[in-house]
Design a protein around this ligand. Structure first.
Ligand code: NDP
Ligand code: MG
Length: 390
């Protein structure tokens, strides 16, 4: 029997690439569940091709067209994102790819772990918000969490055959985004269109803006802490504009292992699906002679302050990473709607972090409440800035 997958967020950038991996390996992987929020046309197309048992469409406005298109196919159509939590527990599912964007992934992830499903984790916000709870649950239920984020997949691949006690530190590489090397002054007038042009990766809009502000790397530092059980000082960030070295582990004897390749998310997705096997693929090969100069630099944490704020949240712990994440989600949304300027994103995050009520050991419910309160707080701050921005 091939491995049955639930693809949460199948219409997104990761979801579409995951289906491409499945399309290339029909003998190995099958689809049990697909979910989308509003892109009903693509969901229908995917469902007709991959024939899952169930699809979930989040927006009720699109429900009728999905039900109509899939009638007489035997595919069950569920309406509303709340169903994602229940479909992940279906007995026929072997592995759940969590490729939803933002904190929306947290409760489905927890439900899938509790249902003993193997997890391929692309979403990073859930670990940023509740890494402690999620990793403890996974350990308790003996559920593997296989990283899909390219840097974390790189670290995971470098750690194969190694003992965790021999890890001295890790280096997460960062492309630097479209604005690497620019001054804070020149970034004040950046438009969403400019920020959405990532030099190396073609991703969803939220993570593309996160890469431009570099908070993405800050979120990834927190993600790495939880995935690999590291202390903050063991996680370094190095800018590597070519995105060929995906990340590096340094061991206690001074040896360093890096995982390299062309930037292509299908590779870490396939690795997580096939693990512990490594299966052949004809993804593009990197040629040293095409890019003979791989370069490395320190991140500019003064211009890209979001990275510094994420480190502060990590060091303080408790619900502060949740507040940081909520404020960032609200600020990115406002930036994409032209309500605030690019350089106001870190300002909003910082002000929301200052206003938040600190909880040292939050429960899952307290984190969900923290997220709600922090998002409202950030939206209030955005309203005041919006007036100044216009
Ligand atoms: P996209 O925005 O491209 O896709 C998000 C998916 O989630 C879509 O299927 C979307 O449906 C669905 N969705 C959106 N909002 C909700 C919601 N509130 N509830 C349920 N479903 C929802 O994102 P990406 O694929 O780029 O990223 C997904 C996750 O993976 C993020 O956490 C990101 O940080 C991480 N990641 C992404 C990488 C990439 O290369 N893209 C690389 C590494 C990590 P619809 O299409 O209908 O709106
Ligand atoms: Mg990444």
């Amino acid at each position: 029997m091939n491995k049955q997958l639930a693809i949460l967020g199948s219409t997104g950038s990761i979801g579409r690439q995951a289906l491409e991996v499945v399309r290339r390996n029909p003998q190995r992987f099958g689809i049990a569940v697909l979910t989308a929020h509003s892109n009903h046309q693509l969901l229908i197309q995917q469902a007709l091709e991959f024939k899952p048992a169930v699809v979930v469409i989040g927006c009720s406005g699109s429900a009728d067209s999905v039900s109509k298109a899939l009638q007489n196919t035997g595919i069950e159509v569920l309406v509303g994102n709340k169903h994602i939590e229940t479909v992940v527990t279906m007995p026929e599912i072997d592995q759940v790819l969590v490729a939803l964007v933002g904190i929306a992934a947290l409760t489905p992830l927890v439900a899938a772990i509790k249902a003993h499903k193997s997890i391929a984790l692309a979403n990073k916000e859930a670990l940023v918000v509740a890494g402690d709870i999620v990793m403890r649950l996974a350990c308790e239920h003996q559920v593997p969490i296989l990283p899909v984020d390219s840097e974390h997949s790189a670290i995971f691949q470098c750690l194969q055959g190694e003992q965790s006690s021999t890890v001295e530190k890790i280096y997460l590489t960062a492309s630097g985004g479209p604005f690497f090397g620019q001054s804070a002054q020149s970034l004040r007038t950046v438009t969403p269109g400019q920020a959405l042009c990532h030099p190396n990766w073609n991703m969803g809009s939220k993570i593309t803006i996160d890469s431009a502000t570099m908070i993405n790397k800050g979120l990834e530092v927190i993600e790495a802490k939880w995935l690999f059980d590291l202390q903050p000082h063991q996680i370094d960030v190095v800018v590597h504009p070519q995105s060929v070295v995906h990340s590096i582990v340094q061991f206690t004897d001074g040896s360093m292992k890096a995982q390299m390749g062309l930037p292509d998310m299908k590779l870490p997705i396939q690795y997580a699906f096939a693990y512990p096997e490594r299966i052949a693929a004809d993804f593009g090969r990197f040629s040293f002679m095409d890019v003979p100069n791989l370069t490395f630099a320190s991140p500019d944490t003064e211009t890209f302050r979001s990275l510094t704020l994420a480190r502060q949240a990590l060091l303080s712990g408790g619900n502060l990473p949740c507040i940081l994440n909520a404020a960032n989600e609200a600020a990115v949304d406002a930036f994409l709607k032209h309500q605030i300027g690019f350089m106001q994103i870190p300002e909003i995050i910082e002000q929301t972090m200052h206003k938040g009520v600190f909880i040292a050991n939050p429960s899952l419910d307290e984190l969900i409440e923290t997220n709600r309160v922090a998002k409202n707080c950030a939206k209030e701050i955005i309203k005041s800035k919006e007036i100044l921005f216009v």
